[in-house]
Ligand binder design. Structure first.
Ligand code: X5A
Ligand code: ZN
Length: 650
């Protein structure tokens, strides 16, 4: 039996409340059908906390049923009565209920569980507000944040967190809680909570969620960043709507660092209520996102800086039992101020994440002045040595350097492939000041493989080591993009991969085509070193293959052929667009070679197994595809004929 330490290292542990009540497991599908919002969800969390020995160190509370009067602070009387009467079998199966609810099931225990869920969050909130507890976690179900004043939806009946917030504000002025920050990190938008405090400046509602322009549950415009509240509540509703469904720690922490935390500082809440769904966790079958337990722990830790750490966590969604158990444990350890769990967020935010963050900041900066500050052009992810680089706005250092340099260079006419060595000796230092995104669609999509071109070395599938770039600093950013270009495989064999084609992409675009690419933000110097190595050259060249003039050309014309002798296969640098002011460049073959592929003069050929596997690995580890999807994507690209101007070689 682990002992019950009230302190360690002379540090007094914080008093953390936990609510668990087996009765809430009785809410289940009426006929035993499988459903993601299942009783085991709270059981596995509780078991995990027990096994880890943390429950003994917390104040454990049984469930408490909510009072009707408290539920009616945010719900209509009709709604409360409807849920209450759902214990009656006839009633819960009646048409009325069926037509009123969506994404909802009921059984004879639903009402009791719903009352317990709401009442338990109220109980913990009250104890934290009183100071009896420092913080707490109500491990409850059914969840609450989708429930609206007069409607159960999205597996939710009563809005547990909203009931608790209103209880503190309206029923317990004696506790001195005047401002509440609701943080909703469930992967779904907290539509119910948003509506309930829409005009209430006492409750700042922050929800970060997968949105996809209204395509993700609960859908519509409600979760948009334009929904900022109204009347006195204008500016007190903040939505961070992800454009796509694969966000992870880096994306969430970016939203924390650049939206939530600065706003929380200004708002200065008296208490934080956390709608803690764990369905943005990696492995969640509904969410599709990739937040790790470590990510949750960091997000929570950052919130502990406010309201003297008075945080009330209430479970919302989360449907991968393993993920929710681990994530819950990680959070309770933060509440207990245990040593932080180990982890690192290697990934960097998606480009769309920066787009969303910028949009949110812009929409809300009138209410929260700190959001009006220019974002620094280089953002550093705390755990990663890799800086995150923000590439929008005119304050980009890289851009200023690039433009300055370009001006100087064009005056000096410095670029000279034929080799004025005196001038070109400095090419490395000049090009090291300019950033580009190198977009890879071949084996470089697998990050360890690409890093060999920067840091040197050899990984699985390579027959000999790379020397790497002269500048071995890691990419300043890594992200993914999809472009309307045709991916195909051609040539007979390579000495690296053996028999089989390698990947090319058609520089000509077609809206029906898609190439997924991994983008690395590197310097133009490093880009040249990649080009050298990709084309089997030494990196100690007196002049770059692709310098500033070429960069200007590619940005103007969309592509630049390289000297054929230097770059026989990937002799064409193509500009796919720009992220902020940084060009996105890829390397492929020239159009004349594309014609040869299409005519059959140069053979199309499916990739060797080892090569294909490297691509698949890159796509899977990059979080773009499942293994099956990645295989299908490569197979498809490898088997389709290549059409040029409507004609195929077949
Ligand atoms: C609380 C929660 C999800 C509802 C999804 C309905 N609800 N398709 O995560
Ligand atoms: Zn959810």
């Amino acid at each position: 039996m682990p002992e019950k330490p009230s302190e360690s290292n002379g540090k007094v542990h914080r008093k953390v409340g936990l609510v668990y009540d087996e009765t809430m497991c009785k809410h289940d599908t009426p006929d035993g059908e499988a459903h993601p919002e299942r009783p085991d969800r709270i059981r596995v969390i509780w078991e995990k906390l027990q096994l880890a020995g943390v429950t003994q160190r917390c104040v454990v509370l049984g469930g408490t049923k909510a009072e009707d009067a408290h539920l009616q602070l945010v719900h209509t009387k009709d709604h409360v009565n409807l849920v209450k009467s759902s214990t009656n079998k006839k009633d819960y199966q009646s048409d009325r209920v069926a037509s009123l609810v969506n994404s909802i099931y009921l059984n004879g225990s639903t009402s009791e569980a719903a009352y317990l869920a709401a009442g338990s969050v109220v109980e913990v909130a009250e104890k934290v507000a009183k100071g009896e507890l420092d913080s707490g976690f109500a491990i409850v179900r059914p969840p609450g944040h989708h429930a609206e004043a007069d409607e159960a939806m999205g597996f939710c009946f009563f809005n547990n967190v909203a009931v608790a917030a209103s209880y503190l504000l309206d029923e317990r002025p004696d506790l001195g809680v005047k401002k509440i920050l609701v943080v909703d990190w469930d992967v779904h938008h907290g539509n119910g909570t948003q509506k309930m405090f829409w005009e209430d400046p006492r409750v700042l509602v922050f929800s970060v969620h997968r949105h996809e322009d209204g395509g993700f549950y609960p859908g519509g415009d409600d979760g948009s960043y334009n929904m900022v509240g109204e009347g006195p509540g204008e500016g007190f509703n903040i939505n961070v709507p992800w454009e796509q469904g694969r966000c992870g720690d880096a994306d969430y922490l970016a939203a924390w660092d650049h939206i939530l935390i600065p706003v929380a500082k200004e708002f200065n809440p008296d208490i934080i209520l956390l709608s803690a769904g764990f369905d943005a966790a990696i492995g969640d079958p509904l969410g599709g996102c990739r937040v790790t337990p470590y990510g949750y722990s960091v997000m929570l830790k950052k919130l502990m800086e406010f309201a003297q750490g008075k945080i009330v966590m209430a479970l919302e969604g989360g449907y991968n039992l393993d993920s929710i158990a681990k994530s819950s444990l990680a959070c309770v350890q933060v509440l207990l101020e245990d040593n932080p769990i180990q982890g690192s967020s290697e990934a960097i935010p998606f480009m769309s994440t920066w787009r969303v963050i910028q949009a949110v900041r812009k929409r809300l900066c009138a209410y929260w002045p700190s959001l009006a500050d220019e974002l620094p052009s280089k953002l550093t992810n705390q755990k990663t040595p890799t800086p995150i680089v923000l590439t929008s706005n005119s304050n980009s250092e890289a851009k200023d350097n690039a433009h300055e340099l370009l001006d100087q260079m064009s005056k000096l006419n410095i670029e000279n492939h034929q080799g004025d060595t005196k001038v070109s000796r400095s090419w490395r230092s000049d090009l090291s000041k300019v950033d580009v995104w190198y977009a890879s669609f071949g084996s470089n999509m697998w990050k360890p493989r690409f890093l060999c071109y920067i840091q040197g070395g050899q990984v699985e599938g390579m027959t000999k080591p790379c020397v790497g770039s002269m500048d071995k600093s890691p990419p300043k950013g890594i992200t993914w993009g999809t472009y309307p270009n045709r991916l195909f495989f051609g040539r007979e064999s390579t000495n690296v991969w053996g028999k089989g084609g390698v990947a090319f992409t058609n520089p000509l675009t077609n809206p029906n085509d898609q190439t997924h690419m991994c983008l690395y933000r590197i310097t133009l110097e490093q880009f040249n070193d990649v080009l050298f190595q990709e084309n089997g050259l030494n990196v100690d060249f007196a002049s770059p293959i692709f310098g500033l003039t070429a960069l200007q050309l590619v940005e103007k014309n969309g592509s630049t052929p390289l000297e054929a002798a230097l770059a026989p296969w990937y002799g064409n640098v193509v500009c796919l667009g720009r992220e902020g002011d940084v060009p996105i460049l890829t390397m492929t073959c020239t159009l004349s070679v594309i014609e040869k592929f299409a005519s059959g003069e140069v053979p199309l050929s499916p990739p060797a197994k080892a090569y294909a596997n490297t691509l698949i690995r890159g796509l899977v580890e990059g979080g773009i595809f499942s293994e099956e999807e990645a295989e299908a994507y490569i197979d498809n690209a490898a088997s389709k004929p290549l059409y040029i101007n409507g004609a195929s070689r077949f």
